[in-house]
Design a protein. Structure first.
Length: 125
């Protein structure tokens, strides 16, 4: 008689093995063949297999043809002229700040870094 054994149909709680039959036979783990045999790999076959895998992935890549976006398709002429005026003002402000940075620190920044810094400063104002 098992104490603390609760059974529900074929399932039991509290017993180690439930309804399983005991087996006193121990199963032996398979032994690994550690030494002796070495397999040689054909490098050409390996590279060919890698090439085939790469070609399979290339099929999934599709290039999208670049085309010019026409703002007139999305905006009115008044809005386009407003945006152009704002961009002109922005470029003037960035140019002024970039000149100030160049005057204070001549040759310290590359041209693209200097313009990026000037644009960030102008945008925060």
């Amino acid at each position: 008689m098992d104490i603390n054994k609760v059974t529900f149909g074929n399932f039991s709680i509290g017993a180690k093995r439930g309804n399983a039959q005991r087996s006193d036979e121990k199963q032996e783990a398979p032994k690994a063949n550690v030494g002796g045999e070495t397999k040689s790999i054909d490098s050409e076959a390996l590279f060919n297999a890698m090439n085939i895998a790469g070609l399979q992935n290339k099929v999934n890549i599709s290039s999208v043809e670049r085309r010019e976006i026409n703002p007139a398709d999305y905006l009115t002429e008044d809005r386009i002229s407003d945006i152009e005026a704002m961009m002109g003002k922005f470029e003037d402000g960035v140019g002024t700040i970039a000149n100030a940075i160049e005057a204070e620190l001549p040759g310290f920044f590359a041209e693209d870094v200097k313009n990026a810094l000037a644009a960030k400063i102008y945008a925060e104002e």
